[in-house]
Design a protein around this ligand. Structure first.
Ligand SMILES: NC(=O)c1ccc[n+]([C@@H]2O[C@H](COP(=O)([O-])OP(=O)(O)OC[C@H]3O[C@@H](n4cnc5c(N)ncnc54)[C@H](O)[C@@H]3O)[C@@H](O)[C@H]2O)c1
Ligand SMILES: O=C(O)C(=O)C[C@]1(C(=O)O)C=C[C@@H](O)C=C1
Length: 287
């Protein structure tokens, strides 16, 4: 494979940033990877694991010679990091990100982009509940989707390069407008995390017996709540920056849960069966 990105700078060498670096390395598509972050121990571990080739202690220095800068830190930290990075990026360089919410990120970053530097907002729809450089792996993005949310200001050449980067690690690239992205992800990703976190807290608070009843959990509870082990900082930031779409979905969910509760209360066998069947059919169809 030709080198697509001679020098990549990754800010936030965790699951998402580290996996992009590893995927590009595995494809032979990157020259050097510079890692930038807050936690020295995590960066040193990333270096040891071969996720990055060198550490830079300051965003300003680390991005200076990069052709592509990938921001992969919690959503609320992205604007300040972009503000620190952008004035130091070379002409023709591209800034992109992997933040789970796009509206707030684009609104804050786009006005900061100087002439000659390009910004391509993105979001890989892939992940796990694990965090940090140790959690990164080269195949995370294989057979997954990556959504890019360009605006009227986005440079088409830069968009094409970022598209190729994600294709190179095995993703199907989908281009979508920012608002649609935030609504769809609010439904398909953010709501399920809110439900999983609530379920664990609700069941965990049940105190009729002295035992911790979570210890009785088996496949059903554990499969359903895997994502409640996800990083609280990441999910706090998502809940705060996609509030409108998330509240709309939480209200929709409440209506469905109330309907189910009413059917249980009334002992309506026919409606219960129909409710479960409709859900099973929808889910089976995407497997
Ligand atoms: N985990 C997922 O499933 C997933 C999927 C898609 C997108 N995302 C998004 O990707 C981003 C990164 O998520 P992740 O799962 O890789 O998290 P992570 O915790 O594994 O990695 C984030 C890294 O950023 C560092 N960091 C945090 N604040 C920083 C700051 N102010 N300056 C520099 N470094 C900082 C952390 O130390 C950590 O090493 C988030 O915006 C998240 O919403 C996550
Ligand atoms: O598989 C997981 O653990 C995930 O939570 C990944 C997941 C999701 O599917 O909701 C989480 C957040 C993202 O921004 C994208 C993907």
């Amino acid at each position: 494979m030709n080198v697509l990105v001679p020098r990549l700078a990754v800010v936030g060498v965790g699951l998402i940033g580290g996996s992009l670096a590893l995927g590009l390395k595995a494809a032979g598509a990157v020259g050097e990877v510079v890692g930038i972050g807050r936690g020295r121990a995590n960066l040193e571990r990333a270096l040891e694991l071969g996720v990055i080739d060198r550490i830079s202690d300051r965003v300003e220095d680390g991005v200076a010679d990069a052709d592509l800068v990938f921001l992969a830190t919690p959503v609320q930290t992205l604007p300040a990091i972009a503000a620190a990075a952008l004035p130091h990026m070379k002409s023709g360089a591209i800034l992109t990100d992997g933040g789970s919410v796009k509206g707030s990120v684009v609104k804050a970053i786009e006005p900061l982009v100087p002439a000659g530097v390009h910004f391509v907002p993105g979001h890989p729809i892939a992940g796990t509940e694990k965090s940090g450089a140790e959690a990164a792996f080269a195949t995370l993005y294989r057979n997954r989707r990556c959504i890019l949310t360009p605006t009227a200001r986005t440079d088409r050449g830069a968009l094409e390069l970022v598209r190729q980067v994600w294709r190179c690690v095995g993703s199907e690239v989908v281009v979508m407008d920012v608002q649609k992205h935030d609504r769809i992800l609010g439904a398909i990703s953010h709501l399920p995390h809110m439900v999983a976190y609530s379920l664990v807290n609700a069941v965990g608070s049940y105190d009729r017996y002295e035992e911790n009843i979570l210890e009785y959990s088996a496949g059903g509870f554990r499969d359903f709540t895997r994502i409640a082990s996800s990083d609280p900082t990441m999910w706090r930031d998502i809940a705060l920056t996609n509030r409108e779409a998330l509240l709309e979905m939480m209200e929709l969910f409440e209506r469905f849960f109330a309907e189910l509760k009413e059917d249980v209360r009334r002992g309506d066998a026919e409606r219960l069966f129909e409710f479960f069947l409709r859900s099973k059919q929808s889910r089976d169809a995407i497997l």
